[in-house]
Design a binder for this molecule. Sequence first.
Ligand code: ZN
Length: 156
Amino acid sequence: MDLKELYQEIILDHGKNPRNKKKCDGFNKEAEGYNPLCGDKVHVFLKLDDNKKVIDVSFEGEGCAISMASASIMTEIVKGKDFDIAKKIISEFLTMIREGSKITINNVSKNENVTMMSLSGVKKFPMRVKCATLAWHTFISAAEEKKETVNTEKID
Ligand code: ZN
C-alpha cells in the first residue's frame, strides 16, 4: 500500500466510524463552527481541567466526508494533551494543510503524525481546505471561550 492509499484508508475509516461523535460527559466548554462554502457544521464539546489539560473532547455535526473525518481526527489528536501543546500541534496542522509542509512537531506520536498527514491531499483542492480545518479552528474557539460561531469565511 502506498502512502496515498494509506491516507485515503485513514480518512475513509474516520468518515465511516467517527471517533468521539457525541456530547462528551461533563464538558465545560463548547463552540460551533460553520463552513458556508460547503455547508459543513460542527459543534465541539470540550472538558478542560484547571491545568488546561484536555480531559475529553467530542463533536457533533454534519457535512461532507472530509469535514467529518477531520473532526474525528482532531478529537483523537488533542485528547489528553495540554491545551498549549494542542494549540501548537493545531498550528502546525493548519500550516501543513495550507502549504503542504510536513508535521515535524515532536509532541505527537508517529501514528498521530501519519493520521494528521492523511489530510494533506486537500491542499490540491482549495475548496476542501476549509472543510479540513473547520473542526480544528472550532476546538480552539471552544477552549478560548470565544462566543461567536467560527465562520471559515472569516478565517484565512
Ligand atoms: Zn465540506
